[in-house]
Write a protein that binds this ligand. Sequence first.
Ligand code: IPD
Ligand code: CA
Ligand code: CA
Length: 264
Amino acid sequence: MDIKNYHDFAVKVAKKAGKILLDYYQTNIKINYKGGDKRNLVTEVDMMSEKYIVDEIKKKFPDHCFLAEESGDCGIKPSDYKWVIDPIDGTTNYAHGYNFYAVSIALMHKNEVLTGVIYAPMLKELFHAGKGMGAFLNNKPLRVSKAENLETSLLATGFNQNEHGRNIPIFQYILPKAQGIRRAGSAALDMAYTAAGRLDGYWEYAIYPWDIAAGVLLVEEAGGKITDLEGKPLKLDQPDIMTVLASNGKIHGEMVKDIAAGKG
Ligand code: IPD
Ligand code: CA
Ligand code: CA
């Protein structure tokens, strides 16, 4: 299994997809609303970025499967290798000219992530990891933070369009316990920032594999911990909605406890 080869391919493709995002950024692009819901945007640039990434994968790894946010999966193709793609994570930010958005690409083998790349083109930051290779930001090694408790922690979360009500009591419970909580609008970057030690922890109540697959490996390779909100192992290898908790490891237990208490 040539992880370095997969990693380098994902880096190359993420950079080119990021260039597509930049080329159309703050231009007059067409925006559609999934299911007519004005809070659930998809732009023509999401579609362009995704088509580019999927076409490159099909050319380079024709036997591999994929799961992409806008076009679904590769059908019945029986492969244990699956590319998991979010062509723009943070589409609402992208559409509003708010620079916190990224391309996210991961390769999974069964439930294990082999490579994960998150590229934020406006921030000029490429977060990349390979299983056993470490996690990097623009080729410099990353390490999670050393915060020991919530009191000294900066956290992040997000609110899924349809499920935000379930996260609000948790948010309310944790807010006075932490140093601060950010809601910047890109799960992929929230995880990359956790890997980089800029955030000490991140959680989300309702999230999909394409939002977090690359981030999972980045956090793990940077020495952090990933579970679901109950502290149980994450089952990424399924197309359904799930919960996620990422941290530097040291505050993980406290977060699991407080999330349970906040949920009530
Ligand atoms: C969303 C972002 C956001 C998170 C939502 C996701 P999208 O992804 O990651 O931070 O809170 O749950 O759906 O729609 O911008 O790709
Ligand atoms: Ca997303
Ligand atoms: Ca997206």
